[in-house]
Design a protein around this ligand. Structure first.
Ligand code: GLY
Length: 365
C-alpha cells in the first residue's frame, strides 16, 4: 500500500505542500479545501487525453461541478493562442480574485495554465495536479510557468508558485511507456546532481518503476520532489543553485532544437543523452571518473532510454549546428557557454565560460 507523504517547498509566505500518494484525485476536493479554504471556486484546465482518463476521478471529488476547459494535448498547445484562450475563458466565467485555477495534466497544461493564472487579474492562485511522471518529479514543483515563442521554448513566462501540488501516483498507470521513461530521466537527473546513494538505488529498483510498480514510482517521485524542493527553497529564481536542475539540458536542448521539439526526440530522452555528454565533458574539464558516464549510460540503457546521439532519428548531427543552438539558449549569458558538470555522480556544479572548441570535440566524438 502507498502511504501519503507531504514535501514542503519552503518559500516564506509562498510556501506550499506537495502531496504524494495514491487516490489523491478522489480526495482532491478535501485536500484543496484544507489548503485553500472551503469556499473557493475552482476553474479546471486540462487536455483531451487527461479529460478522458483522470478528469472524472477529480470531478467525483467535488461537491459542485467546476467549469472545465479542455485543450488539445501536445506541446503546440503552449502557445500565445491557447494562452489567450485560457485567459479569456477565465475572464468570461467570470473569475474573480478568489478563483483557483486547477492545472490537471502534464507539463504542457501545468506550464500554460500556471502562466494564465499568473497574469489573469494580476495573479490567481493555482493548484497543480500533475498527471505524468515528468510533471510529478519536476515541472509542477518550483513555480516555473511559460509558453513557447517563435524564438524558442519557454521564452515567455513567469515564476508563479502553486498553492498546492497533488502528485497522484495512480495517474501514472495510464501513461504510455515512452512517456514514463521520459519522465524517469528527470528523476535520474536529480540523483546525478547531488545524491549518489539515490543513483545506486535507482540502478537497483528503477526498472521496476518502468514496469509500473506503484511503490517504486512513489518513492522516486517523493525523492525527486524533496531534492527539487530543497534546491528551489535555496534559490527560487535560478540565480545560483537552481541552475543545477539544468544538468543535461544544454546538450539536450540543442538536440531538441535540431530535431524540432517534436516526437522524434522527447524532452526526457534529450536529457538522458545530454547527461551522458555532460559527464563526458566533465571528464575532460573536471577529471570526473570516466566510469561515471559509463555507469550512467548503462543504467539509462537498462530502462530503455537512448544514451547516444546516434540513436536519434536524423543522426548524425552537425556539431556546429548544435553549438549554434547552445549559443541561442536562454541560459547562455553574453555568448559564454555555461554547463552543469559533475566531479562524479552525485556531485554536480555549474561551470561558466566553457571553451566552445572543447564542447565541439565532445559533440564530434
Ligand atoms: N526544470 C528546471 C527547474 O524547474 O528549474
Amino acid at each position: 500500500m502507498i502511504e501519503t507523504n507531504r514535501v514542503r517547498v519552503a518559500l516564506a509566505e509562498r510556501s506550499y505542500d506537495v502531496v504524494i500518494g495514491s487516490r489523491l484525485l478522489e480526495d482532491a476536493g478535501a485536500l484543496i479545501a484544507a489548503a485553500l479554504g472551503p469556499t473557493r471556486r475552482l476553474a479546471v484546465v486540462t487536455d483531451g487525453a487527461v479529460a478522458a482518463t483522470q478528469l472524472p476521478r477529480f470531478l467525483a471529488s467535488q461537491d459542485r461541478t467546476p467549469p472545465v476547459l479542455t485543450l488539445p494535448a501536445g506541446e503546440t498547445t503552449k502557445s500565445w493562442t491557447h494562452l489567450q484562450q485560457v485567459v479569456e475563458w477565465l475572464l468570461a466565467l467570470p473569475a474573480d480574485r478568489k478563483t483557483v485555477v486547477v492545472a490537471l495534466g502534464g507539463g504542457v497544461v501545468g506550464d500554460l495554465a500556471g502562466f494564465a493564472a499568473a497574469i489573469t487579474l494580476r495573479g490567481l492562485d493555482v493548484v497543480q495536479i500533475p498527471t505524468t511522471l515528468l510533471s510529478q518529479v519536476d515541472s509542477s514543483v518550483g513555480g516555473k510557468t511559460a509558453i513557447n515563442a517563435a524564438a524558442g521554448k519557454n521564452l515567455v513566462g513567469a515564476f508563479h508558485q502553486p498553492m498546492l501540488v497533488l502528485a497522484d501516483i495512480d495517474c501514472l498507470g495510464t501513461l504510455p511507456p515512452r512517456d514514463l521513461r521520459s519522465g524517469y530521466a528527470e528523476a535520474v537527473k536529480h540523483a546525478v546532481i547531488n545524491d549518489a546513494a539515490f543513483f545506486d538505488w535507482l540502478c537497483q529498483h528503477g526498472p521496476r518503476a518502468l514496469a509500473g510498480d506503484a511503490e517504486v514510482l512513489e518513492r522516486i517521485v517523493r525523492h525527486s520532489v524533496a531534492t527539487k524542493a530543497a534546491i528551489v527553497a535555496a534559490d527560487e529564481r535560478e540565480a545560483d543553485a537552481r541552475a543545477l536542475l539544468n544538468l543535461g539540458h544544454t546538450f539536450g536542448h540543442a538536440l531538441e532544437a535540431e530535431t524540432g521539439f517534436g516526437d522524434q526526440l522527447r524532452h526526457g530522452e534529450a536529457v538522458a543523452i545530454g547527461m551522458g555528454l555532460a559527464l563526458d565533458l566533465s571528464a575532460v574539464l573536471l577529471g570526473c571518473p570516466t566510469d561515471a558516464a559509463q555507469r550512467l549510460r548503462s543504467h539509462l540503457r537498462a530502462v530503455g532510454l537512448p544514451t547516444t546521439m546516434a540513436e536519434v532519428d536524423g543522426a548524425p548531427f552537425d556539431p556546429d549546428r548544435l553549438l549554434a543552438h547552445m549559443q541561442h539558449d536562454k541560459k547562455t549569458a553574453n555568448g559564454a557557454l555555461t554547463f552543469v558538470l559533475a566531479t562524479d555522480i552525485g556531485a554536480a556544479k555549474v561551470v561558466k565560460a566553457v571553451d566552445p572548441a572543447i564542447v565541439r570535440s565532445i559533440l564530434a566524438a
